[in-house]
Design a protein around this ligand. Structure first.
Ligand code: ATP
Length: 345
């Protein structure tokens, strides 16, 4: 396959397993975000792809070639780390040209490529400016251009935007994604910011405890989370215990949800229901009975907390579809079968 393949890659530090049996295919030209809590192993995995750490077992293939034992500088990678590591005493142009100079590229070729890259990162005319006189976002773009100078096969970034303030980070996420699409370069970004992953990625790889919990498109991860960890980690959700009744219909807090059945042979399961999929109505008529405990109006959305069966369910609505309820009021909760996602145990 053209692109990157990780075959059963594991990494142990002494007796501690940081990454275990990771299997992943990244098709050529796609954008992957590795997402997970601190310590889940995402940086270790990226470092192995970069050749900065050796896997304890498993293999790494790039465009069909086994690169597991190939040194970093021969892997044809572009890398950007959180620290950026720009040379402060050099100009923007000199920073971008640096890898070309090390490779011995002719001066005219260096200049041509630097001009191309400056245009690509919207910094035409900045070539002679010292990097110390750039804004955070501009520095970020220079680091990206320098990493792309040698037209790498694979572009690796570790928390590249985390030092930027929230507004700039959001703008840079869009810019980075657009740049990647323009170049069609296979890109892997490590982040702990789910919004960042959802904005940029073709595939989000959610990791926890050294394992991949789910690798899928952002919307698939959100709408069809594989397990409780993914459901809870991405956005907010209601995790609800369900049980099959004698007619095979799944029940929630003892109430059957018409049309919703658990998989064959499964008697009990946890389901995920996103708050925007919880519909509130008048009590009765087969709805699940509950009592409103709190209403939080956040302007763009309204969150209604409802207690039922000793548990709290959160419903989110827009101001236009605002449920006209107050704390203490009895309500009915309606779940349609298609919003109930059965999670792996
Ligand atoms: P963060 O978001 O905090 O950077 P991460 O998901 O990138 O976390 P890693 O840096 O990959 O996590 O670390 C995974 C686990 O491996 C952690 O428990 C870490 O302490 C451990 N680890 C990483 N590098 C080493 C090392 N060189 N020696 C020993 N343990 C290590």
């Amino acid at each position: 396959m053209s692109g990157l393949v990780l075959n059963n890659v594991s990494k142990q530090f002494g007796t501690f397993t940081a990454v275990e049996n990771v299997q992943l295919s990244v098709p050529h030209g796609t954008f992957v975000c590795m997402l997970g809590p601190s310590g889940c192993g995402k940086t270790t995995l990226l470092r192995m792809i970069a050749g900065l750490d050796d896997p304890t077992s498993g293999s790494i293939l790039l465009d069909g070639q086994d690169i597991t034992k190939v040194p970093t500088h021969k892997r044809n990678l572009g890398m950007v780390f959180q620290s950026l590591a720009l040379f402060p005493h050099l100009t923007v142009g000199e920073n971008i040209a640096y890898p070309l100079r090390i490779r011995g590229a002719a001066r005219e070729d260096q200049k041509k490529r630097v001009d191309e890259l400056l245009a690509l990162i919207h910094l035409t005319g900045f070539g002679d400016r010292p990097v110390s006189k750039l804004s955070g976002g501009q520095r970020q773009r220079v680091a990206i251009a320098r990493a792309l100078a040698l037209s790498p096969k694979l572009f690796l970034l570790d928390e590249p935007l985390s030092a930027l303030d929230a507004k700039l980070r959001e703008a840079m996420q869009v810019e980075l994604r657009q740049l990647q699409q323009k170049l069609g370069i296979t890109t892997i970004v490590v982040t702990h910011d789910q919004r960042e992953a959802m904005t940029m990625a073709d595939t989000v790889v959610v990791m926890n405890g050294g394992h991949i919990r789910q690798a899928a498109s952002p919307i698939e991860i959100y709408r069809r989370p594989a397990d409780t960890f993914v459901a809870d980690f991405i956005g907010s959700t209601n995790l609800i215990e369900t049980r099959a009744n004698s007619s095979g219909v799944a029940t929630v807090f003892g109430n059957p949800v018409p049309g919703f059945a658990l998989p064959d042979g499964v008697q009990t399961a946890t389901i995920s229901v996103r708050p925007e999929d919880v519909h509130l109505t008048a009590p009765g008529n087969g709805a699940i009975d509950g009592t409103v405990t709190f209403v939080r109006d956040l302007g763009g959305t309204i969150e209604t907390f409802v207690e039922t069966g000793g548990k709290q369910i959160i419903a989110v609505s827009t101001p236009r579809e605002r449920p006209d309820v107050v704390a203490g009021q009895a309500v009915g909760i309606v779940l349609s079968p298609e919003v109930c996602v059965v999670l792996k145990q």
